[in-house]
Write a protein that binds this ligand. Structure first.
Ligand SMILES: *[C@@H]1O[C@H](CO)[C@@H](O)[C@H](O)[C@H]1NC(C)=O
Ligand SMILES: *[C@@H]1O[C@H](CO)[C@@H](O)[C@H](O)[C@H]1NC(C)=O
Length: 172
């Protein structure tokens, strides 16, 4: 009994310490408060992107990353080309690593030989400068990115934009 009481007291005091530390470092809590895409939003975006992909008969892979470029959610359709699994995730990650400053479509011209960002796609383990990577802004903040691969560049853009519009906007 004594041991149990002591144990409870330790657990309670540890819990209080952790809460106090959390308050000291960050007065906010939810991903929404921190302007980071959450799983509900990511799944909503994928559903909207998938509906668009189906309507134009494209079998795509659809990836959603957070503002740091880490994967939040992913969908690969049965008939999507296997290379689209990697390419879709790299498109989303590329947008995140630029903090939403560019779509991957806009990067295409910028990364041509002699252009301002020529060679940048060889960095960070390989970036992708083909259409289909689009930032998601919400309340003016960059919260994450969507990357689509499977159709033509233009089709991938249309699909990714449908995903973005379900939960935010392409620009701040
Ligand atoms: C942390 O902050 C919240 C809201 O400001 C407050 O309700 C809560 O009591 C605080 N917790 C601690 C342990 O200070
Ligand atoms: C890329 O360059 C081509 C040819 O110069 C131009 O027609 C096109 O609009 C440019 N695309 C973007 C997204 O800036």
């Amino acid at each position: 009994m004594k041991i149990f009481t002591l144990f409870s007291a330790v657990v309670l005091s540890l819990g209080a310490t952790v809460s106090a530390q959390q308050n000291a470092t960050c007065s906010c809590s939810s991903l929404e408060d921190r302007h980071i895409i959450n799983i509900a939003q990511a799944e909503q975006a994928i559903a909207a992107a998938q509906a668009q992909a189906a309507s134009i008969r494209v079998s795509a892979s659809i990836a959603v990353t957070d503002p740091s470029g880490f994967l939040v959610a992913f969908r690969r359709n049965d008939d999507a080309r296997l290379l689209s699994v990697d390419v879709s995730q790299r498109k989303a990650r590329t947008v995140s690593l630029f903090a939403g400053a560019f779509t991957t479509q806009a990067l295409f011209n910028l990364t041509q030989p002699g252009a301002a960002l020529s060679g940048i796609t060889e960095t960070n383990g390989g970036l992708v400068a083909l259409g289909g990577g689009v930032p998601v802004f919400r309340n003016g903040f960059f919260i994450g990115a969507i990357g689509v691969s499977g159709g033509t560049s233009d089709q991938d853009v249309v699909i990714a934009n449908a995903g973005v519009q379900a939960i935010g906007s392409v620009r701040a």
